[in-house]
Design a protein around this ligand. Structure first.
Ligand code: DX5
Ligand code: ZN
Length: 224
């Protein structure tokens, strides 16, 4: 499968949101990455339903919603109704993760689980078969524009190995500090969905940057 590019709307210009959404619509990007932060699970507040619904009105590609919130169960149906195609919850925020994943599927969405940098991938062994995606946080969640944590590459490689037996189609998304400098290594390790905020929106041409990220060939070969 060719890798997917998911520009993070968090780095867009919120005073020109429609313009930036149209840019993503006409680019080589595959998804919109939508970061929801509650100021409790992470030390930052991004946006909630009104903004998400506004994005959904103009976006012509799937919305990949990353919930950095406590108690995500409470809002799954509302995020699905607001246009989410993929809903990712944090392992660290879910006491009954299996139930949460079932609720995401029941709402008609693909289910993802995100791991903070300190959370080992081995903790997912008993739920991996039920997931559509795992999101490896390669920075501590809360802010765009941070530096990539190199150990994320080891986590991606270990996860891809774990998934080979039970869920070979698993999407592995990487989020935080992703750019031209580490894309090939990430693909090689086994990631196939790349989130990028700063790398895209701080580029001279965000459209061209999306194309460049899309064209990089990681040459990933699945070892079983
Ligand atoms: C961080 C968010 C990311 C962020 C990535 O908590 O989950 O999606 O927007 O931004 P960059 O690519 O700038 O690190
Ligand atoms: Zn994110």
């Amino acid at each position: 499968m060719p890798h997917l590019i998911a520009p993070s709307v968090l780095s867009a210009d919120f005073a020109n949101l429609q313009r930036d959404i149209e840019m993503i619509n006409s680019s080589a990007a595959d998804w919109f990455h939508v970061d929801v932060m509650d100021g409790v699970f992470v030390p930052n507040i991004s946006f909630g339903f009104p903004v998400m619904e506004a994005i959904s009105r103009f976006a012509r590609k799937p919305l990949d919603v990353h919930l950095m919130i406590v108690n995500p169960d409470q809002y799954i149906e509302r995020f699905a109704a607001a246009g989410a195609a993929v809903i990712t919850v944090h392992y660290e925020a879910c006491t009954h993760l299996h139930r949460t994943v079932q609720a995401i599927h029941a709402a008609g969405c693909k289910a993802g689980v995100a791991l903070n940098p300190h959370t080992p991938v081995s903790l997912l062994s008993d739920i991996l078969a039920d997931l559509d995606m795992v999101l490896i946080m390669s920075v501590n969640p809360g802010f765009g524009g941070q530096q990539f944590i190199p150990n994320s590459l080891n986590k991606i490689a270990a996860l891809r190995k774990m998934a080979a037996a039970v869920n070979p189609d698993l999407l592995i998304e990487v989020d935080g500090g992703v750019g031209l400098h580490n894309t090939a290594a990430l693909l090689q390790a086994g990631a196939n969905v790349l989130v990028a905020g700063n790398a895209i929106f701080a580029a001279a041409s965000p459209m061209a940057m999306i194309s460049e990220l899309k064209q990089i060939d990681g040459g990933f070969v699945q070892h079983v």
